[in-house]
Write a protein that binds this ligand. Structure first.
Ligand code: NAD
Length: 358
């Protein structure tokens, strides 16, 4: 069946890296039987310029109709003065909520060739390959009641509610168990069940679900310990699942273990496994259009799309291995050159990955 992929290049370096993702898709189609149809649509500042709306109805419809969305990056100084609902970022937030993308997958993967870029000692992070699965549409960021008030003794007070129901935990739990199944077969569920009722429910539901996945080894860890273990011995983790707040913090910590923002892909999935795939970095207006952006986070997002939405884990492995071999060959954009001069640009890096797939 032909996969429908929608490409949203966006702003800044978005179009630069989107071109390289397309080059890799071409190679996967030509040499490895990926059957797909690609449609490019506007989002963010580019869409504001074209239509006045950061997420035009036609773009949203195309995304709804697709099997997967590849998203570059959005935003830039040109649109910073717009009212909040007319800023590029509101297009991205609307897209996530309209598509029901409740599971955020953030791999922290360190290619051994870049071990010296990490904030940790190279031997601690060599071959680092963690996937953090964060619940994205519930928990304390959305729970009610939330607000500000005056307390009984006349003080200003503020409160938020960390709340999950069983169905919300089940769907993120299942997404994480499936992701663990497609990787190393180990899942660590992170919570604060020694203190929080909501975490005890989370833990109970995770234990129930795990019975349906005998090939995944489920463990539990308190979030304070998990934060410590992530920097003490990160390689003990394979896949991690956690709620919105804990995941927000832990995924950024894990990302920094790799030391390079230009290498980090991400996925946000709905209940049916349809997903949006995007680099973790922003639109980098300072280097846009100069053939200086690292396209590898975007190319690794293509790999994630193959694994999680297109059922082609074999192609994901090929792309990740091709990226490793390109790094072996010494090609480095400035962000991963460790202070030295860049040895490659955006297009040459993308072309090198495509060549490795030939
Ligand atoms: P940024 O990630 O765009 O850039 C931070 C620094 O990292 C810059 O020096 C940039 O040159 C560098 N960098 C980022 N990606 C790179 C790449 N692929 N290769 C080489 N270097 C890279 O973050 P910022 O500067 O805080 O934000 C710039 C714009 O991006 C803002 O408008 C912001 O709102 C937007 N933004 C968008 C997203 C998104 O689209 N998902 C995420 C974050 C920020």
């Amino acid at each position: 069946m032909t996969a429908k992929i929608v490409m949203m290049p966006g702003d800044g370096i978005g179009p630069d890296i989107a071109n390289e993702a397309e080059r890799v898709l071409d190679a996967l189609g030509e040499h490895h039987g990926l059957d797909y149809r690609l449609e490019r649509v506007d989002v963010g500042g580019a869409a504001i310029d074209a239509t006045g709306d950061p997420l035009p109805e036609a773009s949203l419809e195309a995304a709804r109709d697709a099997d997967a969305v590849l998203f570059g990056a959005i935003g830039g100084p040109k649109w910073d003065a717009q009212p909040r609902d007319k800023r590029p970022e509101s297009g991205l937030l609307k897209l996530r909520s309209e598509l029901g993308l409740f599971a955020n997958l953030r791999p922290a993967m360190l290619f051994p060739q870049l071990a010296d870029s990490s904030a940790l000692k190279a031997e601690l992070v060599a071959d680092l390959d963690i996937l953090i699965v964060r619940e994205l549409t519930g928990g304390i960021y959305f729970g009610q009641p939330a607000g500000t008030d005056t307390s009984a003794n006349g003080q200003r007070e503020a409160y938020n509610t960390m709340r999950y129901d069983v169905s919300e935990i089940r769907r993120i739990g299942e997404a994480a168990l499936k992701a663990a199944q497609a990787r190393g077969g180990r899942l660590c569920s992170v919570d604060k069940a020694n203190v929080l009722h909501v975490s005890q429910l989370w833990r109970d539901v995770m234990n129930e679900l795990a019975g349906d996945y005998p090939d995944v080894a489920l463990t539990h860890m308190y979030v304070d310990n998990a934060a410590m273990q992530l920097v003490r011995e990160p390689n003990q983790f394979d896949t991690v699942v956690t709620g919105n707040l804990f995941g927000d913090i832990l995924s950024d910590t894990a990302a920094m273990l790799t030391g390079s923002i230009g290498m980090l892909p991400s996925a946000s999935l709905d209940a049916a496994g349809k997903g949006m795939y995007e680099p973790v970095h922003g639109s980098a207006p300072d280097i846009a259009g100069r053939d200086a952006a690292n396209p590898l986070a975007m190319i690794l997002s293509v790999a994630m799309m193959c694994r999680y939405s297109l059922g082609r884990g074999d192609l994901a492995d090929r792309v990740e291995s091709a990226v490793g071999r390109v790094l072996d060959s010494g090609l480095r954009t400035a962000d991963i050159a460790d202070g030295a001069k860049a040895t490659s640009g955006t297009a040459a890096t993308g072309q090198a990955v495509a060549n490795m797939l030939g």
